[in-house]
Design a protein around this ligand. Structure first.
Ligand code: BG6
Length: 293
């Protein structure tokens, strides 16, 4: 399909006043959702949510002003969908292929409560049927669903790699991870998290294992807490690149690192998922906010 045919096919999913298809940055097709309570944008490239805000509130998601919008590159910011592996892999794209694949939009639906649900399908995954369902209302709900359609066991990692917009990395704290086993990706060491809340004073890249807990990003500068509620996820990754790594990243502004934090809902490492033939897994993440208590 050429660009025009793709746009014409997508337009069949428009809902007047609620769901609009548009040609986004880099001419990549994208969908805008507007509801009474919240609005969002999703690119078909990666089924990538690039924005979500509740009505009358600052955006919850961070997007880099230096992001690529190219068919063979991931988008930097928002919610990259990481699958079927997390992190680097020799000779293969980092963080898997899902975030650099063009997904199909299969359905858009106005729900009775006024929220809008978009369903995306990942083409060409041989051993699996992969869906990503995004519901936009007063919160953002994302469900990543994998079904093993093959005849052998299928093992994969997954992650909804959410980038959050914050007032400043020095002033925020992340609660909810006390007691979780923490693998520090920078030092290769392992410990149990003893702090009530995580604060940021340097590059931070950690995998918290065996945790299904809700994470709370407390941001006094914006007077709000962001809540990351999840199910079907036993790993949480916390990441900020800080100064030097930000400089090394070509698709990330040198001065952007203080304005973002990633709190990612995943199943990685020893929590990789193995599905028997016919088996199904659902990773569900809800992003919401409230005035800081
Ligand atoms: C995080 C990893 O999940 O993603 C970091 O823990 C990594 O190590 C970051 O730097 C960004 O990865 P990428 O491939 O999008 O640059």
């Amino acid at each position: 399909m050429n660009n025009q045919q793709t746009m014409d096919a997508l337009k069949t999913h428009e809902i007047p006043g609620r769901v609009t298809v548009f040609s986004g940055k880099g001419n990549l097709p994208a969908v805008r959702v507007e509801t009474e309570a919240g609005e969002a944008e999703v690119y078909l490239h990666g089924a990538h949510v690039t924005g979500f805000r509740k009505k009358g509130e600052e955006p919850l998601l961070f997007m880099s002003g230096s992001s690529d919008f190219l068919p063979d590159k991931p988008i930097r910011g928002g919610v990259p969908v990481i699958f079927p592996w997390f992190g680097p892999r020799e000779g293969q794209p980092g963080h898997g292929t899902a975030r650099i694949t063009d997904w199909d939009l299969t359905e858009s639906l106005l729900l009775p409560d006024g929220a809008v649900r978009l369903s995306f399908h990942l083409p060409c995954e041989e051993a699996a049927g992969v869906e990503f369902i995004v519901t936009v209302g007063s919160s953002l709900v994302m469900e990543f669903v994998v079904t093993n359609t093959g005849t052998a066991d299928f093992t994969f990692e997954n992650c909804l790699h959410t980038y959050f917009q914050i007032s400043g990395i020095h002033g925020i704290e992340v609660a909810g991870l006390k007691g979780a086993r923490c693998l520090d990706s920078l030092t290769g060491t392992e410990r149990v998290e003893e702090a009530e809340t995580i604060r940021f004073t340097a590059e931070t890249d950690r995998i918290y294992q065996d945790t299904a807990a809700t994470a709370e990003i407390r941001d006094p500068g914006l007077g709000r807490s962001i809540f990351v509620r999840k199910s079907g996820s036993m790993s949480t990754v916390v990441w900020n690149p800080w100064i030097e790594k930000a400089r090394r990243m070509p698709d990330f502004g040198d001065d952007e690192w203080p304005h973002m934090v990633c709190v990612e809902s995943c199943n990685v490492g020893e929590h990789a998922i193995t599905l028997a033939p016919g088996g199904r897994s659902v990773l569900r993440v809800e992003i919401d906010s409230a005035p800081l208590a």
